[in-house]
Design a protein around this ligand. Structure first.
Ligand SMILES: NC(=O)c1ccc[n+]([C@@H]2O[C@H](COP(=O)([O-])OP(=O)(O)OC[C@H]3O[C@@H](n4cnc5c(N)ncnc54)[C@H](OP(=O)(O)O)[C@@H]3O)[C@@H](O)[C@H]2O)c1
Length: 328
């Protein structure tokens, strides 16, 4: 394939800049996907800020984005699945482009029921939340605490644990205004941390035992609270640091409860291992995606031409769910 395409770059100013670059060619094990829609993640805002030379950033220019959905247009040597013409959704750095170069193991098929504008908002949530559940040793029937559950991936997490048969799902938000959002996503109990003590609320609703598994998107004091809110022999998995990456924990709560504590960061996972995480998520979750039990919440859909508005919305911290860009 030859020719030029539009891609969005960070590292130029506070927003992404559209630039003409060559359409990529797939190497061994790679595919090229004609992207129809891409979705923003929390990490896109921090990368933009860190690279913005107009406010002290590095000025290192990079092709932005992580998530995409579209149609396979070329495959490299050794790729049998997916095939040219297949509808896929996936994750790769540099996804904000008309043609996206990706590892063939880092995509999932898009069910016929799903448009690209919805599908593009799923991969990060599916692989991260399912990968974290597997890391925590989740089993059907268990109780799960999800902190920062109104985050885009947290909302997917609530739906996933319900779809996989969780016995009880407890979800947190700082704001009472988002209580109903979490109930609609499937939470059995919502804890408003701006008004309630997290540990006490979880113990009250689990007969004093705590949950089997906590998935923490917040870090800081919320991560610390997950330890005494988790039952003996349970597990706590940190996924995000929406508050802060520093946390002071009570080691008595950790040791007396025989807890397992783990962290996941799939952006820093080796390609083959990430492929296995994505394959497992697809196997377990695509039926629930197909029948509508798992759907991303879409806050706004904009276009490449209005990517500055998308970045502004992402930075505002006001979005409820994913921000999507359709690709020209
Ligand atoms: N481990 C991985 O591989 C992986 C992959 C993707 C994302 N992540 C991480 O997961 C987290 C969520 O990502 P996302 O893109 O889904 O986020 P997002 O949609 O931007 O999250 C927005 C939500 O974050 C909550 N929030 C913001 N600041 C907070 C604070 N100081 N304390 C508590 N809650 C706060 C707000 O909830 P309320 O207002 O309702 O409280 C808001 O609804 C991020 O930290 C991200 O870096 C990790």
């Amino acid at each position: 394939m030859t020719g030029m395409m539009t891609a969005l770059f960070g590292g130029v100013g506070p927003d992404w800049t559209a630039r003409q670059v060559p359409v990529p060619e797939p190497g061994t094990g790679q595919i090229v996907v004609r992207a129809h829609a891409v979705a923003l993640n929390n990490a896109d805002a921090s990368m933009l800020a860190a690279a913005d030379p107009t406010s002290g950033g590095t000025g290192t220019q990079y092709q932005a984005g992580y998530e995409f959905a579209g149609e396979v247009t070329a495959v490299g040597d050794g790729v049998t699945i997916p095939a040219i013409g297949d509808r896929v959704m996936g994750t790769t750095p540099g996804s904000f482009a008309q043609y996206v170069l990706a590892d063939h193991r880092h995509v999932l098929p898009v069910p016929d029921e799903l448009g690209y504008d919805i599908a593009c908002a799923l991969p990060t949530g599916l692989l991260t939340e399912h990968g974290a559940l597997m890391t925590g040793g989740f089993r059907s029937g268990q109780s799960v605490l999800i902190t920062g559950a109104t985050s885009s991936i947290g909302l997917i997490g609530v739906q996933i644990v319900k779809a996989l048969g969780a016995g009880q799902v407890i979800a947190t938000t700082r704001s009472a205004a988002k209580h109903d959002l979490l109930e609609r996503a499937g939470a059995d109990t919502v804890v408003v941390t701006g008004e309630q003590d997290l540990v006490q609320a979880v113990l009250d609703t689990t007969g004093g035992d705590g949950v089997d598994l906590a998935l923490d998107h917040v870090g800081g004091s919320t991560f610390a609270a997950c330890l005494p809110a988790t039952r003996v022999d349970g597990a706590v998995v940190n996924i995000g640091r929406l508050d802060t990456a520093e946390s002071t924990v009570d080691l008595d709560a950790l040791s007396y409860r025989h807890l397992r504590v783990a962290g996941v960061s799939f952006g820093f996972t080796r390609p083959a291992e990430l492929g296995a995480v994505i394959a497992a998520a697809g196997e377990q979750l695509l039926p629930a995606v197909t029948d509508g039990r798992v759907r991303p919440l879409i806050d706004t859909t904009l276009t490449f031409d209005t990517a500055d508005k998308a970045a502004e919305r992402l930075r505002s911290d006001q979005a409820h769910g994913k921000i999507v860009l359709t690709v020209p």
